[in-house]
Design a protein around this ligand. Structure first.
Ligand SMILES: NC(=O)c1ccc[n+]([C@@H]2O[C@H](COP(=O)([O-])OP(=O)(O)OC[C@H]3O[C@@H](n4cnc5c(N)ncnc54)[C@H](O)[C@@H]3O)[C@@H](O)[C@H]2O)c1
Length: 396
């Protein structure tokens, strides 16, 4: 099939690679002209899609990036994979989804299957996408993306894919497309069910992470090891699922998607109380971390050299969106410390560059990438580990 993917970020490029790898002819459309040039030069910007894969698809003629919307017309399948962030008031910002829909409406004159993979609240496909694309008899389906960047066990191929369509013909076409490169397709009765399933999955994670973050604080105040308690609880073979405490939640999904659910819940008059409380607990974790670092350093970090190790939101990825490291660094600076950070994957961020670990008085490990120099970390005078995975040091 001739396929267009609108948005060539983490999700769009991953799907583009999956479809191109299966022999579809894929156009990766993005408004970022620099990114388009980089992709056409065979340079991937995400983990999970290698430069050699990309160059191979380009050489085989199964992938091309483009920023000219005229490439969209004539495609059998058009996938929307654009950002769905929160606005300044933490309400859904659907402006990217609207812009992508308007592009389709203006430029696509031959009927196509239009699939939304961007995460949003139930009703988005029907009311915010299909309703804006007029004049052509397109098919519409929702297939929310579940990719977990950096996860080597579960990827596009083996993660079951949900599909809900506005019509049976849309479902059939979406099943044909995704069935060509995904092992398992699960049809649900409407796009709203697929959309709600995705945001409930991420709300489940957000709420459970908040619960374990609160528990870690309770355990510490009780003078027992939260880590040991969680490991002990996890020996129960049923009815318990382990989550790890940490410095907060980051990335484009867990801190954001639940607020989309809270938004629609509010509109239908059912307050999403768990989501509100989970946001409060998770957003307060950087302050808790800094309180513990100050306490563990003799009551003051004024004038001390602190290195924050790992600033992306999770291990082995370079993504710094919504990372709790930002608040940890800002709060450490408010305490009068001289703060640098070390992250080989991130390199530069917020106008600063990665610094060496050695020579700091205090190391605060926010995210632990494979290969980080733990000897250098342990060489610092005081170490606080937010990942509860470094033995013999203080931490959450
Ligand atoms: N990153 C993840 O792990 C993940 C996982 C599952 C679902 N999602 C969801 O997938 C969606 C995309 O997320 P992402 O992480 O890929 O975002 P991203 O920021 O990595 O990429 C989005 C891309 O879309 C482009 N773009 C923006 N507006 C455009 C437009 N009008 N036309 C064409 N291109 C446009 C941007 O330039 C960017 O390259 C979001 O809804 C997100 O919640 C993300």
């Amino acid at each position: 099939m001739r396929v267009a993917i609108i948005g060539q970020g983490y999700v769009g490029l991953t799907i583009a690679a999956g479809a191109a790898g299966d022999g579809h002819t894929v156009v990766g459309f993005d408004v970022n002209v620099g990114l388009v040039a980089q992709l056409n030069a065979g340079r991937s910007h995400i983990e999970g899609v290698g430069d050699s894969d990309l160059a191979g698809f380009i050489a085989a003629g199964t992938y091309l990036a483009a920023s000219d919307p005229s490439v969209l017309d004539g495609c059998e399948v058009i996938v929307i994979a654009v950002p769905t962030p929160l606005d300044a008031d933490r309400n859904p910002d659907l402006s990217y989804v609207h812009a992508a829909s308007d592009l389709i409406s203006q430029h696509v004159k031959s009927p196509a299957l239009i699939v939304n993979e961007s995460t949003s609240y139930p009703g988005t496909l029907r009311k915010e996408i299909a309703a804006r694309i007029t004049g052509v008899d397109h098919l519409f389906a929702s297939s929310p993306e579940r990719v977990d960047p950096g996860n080597n066990q579960w990827g596009t191929k083996n993660t079951p894919r949900l599909i809900g369509g506005l019509t049976p013909a849309a479902v059939a076409k979406a099943k044909e497309f995704y069935g060509s490169f995904c092992d398992s397709i699960i049809e649900v009765s409407s796009p709203e069910v697929a959309e709600a399933a995705k945001i409930f999955e991420n709300t489940f994670r957000q709420v459970n992470i908040a619960l374990v973050n609160e528990f870690a604080q309770i355990a510490d105040a009780l003078g027992i090891s939260g880590r040991e308690v969680l490991d002990a609880a996890a020996t129960k073979p049923y009815g318990f699922m382990p989550f790890n405490p940490g410095p907060g939640v980051g990335g484009h999904c867990i801190p954001v998607d639940p607020s989309y659910l809270a938004h629609v819940a509010n509109e239908v008059g059912v307050p999403a109380t768990f989501i509100k409380r989970a946001n409060e607990v998770n957003l307060a974790m950087p302050a808790y971390v800094v309180t513990r670092v100050v306490a563990g350093s003799g009551g003051s970090i004024r004038g001390k050299k602190v290195v924050v190790v790992g600033v992306s939101y999770k291990s082995n990825v370079a993504d710094t969106r919504e990372t709790p490291a930002a608040a940890v660094i800002d709060l450490l600076r408010e305490q009068g410390a001289t703060v640098s950070w070390h992250d080989d994957l991130v390199g530069t961020w917020r106008g600063e560059s990665s610094s060496p670990i050695a020579g700091a008085d205090i190391a605060v490990v926010v995210t632990k990438h494979d290969g980080v120099d733990l000897a250098a970390v342990k060489g610092c005078g005081y170490v606080f580990d937010c990942t509860s995975s470094i033995t013999g040091v203080d931490g959450i």
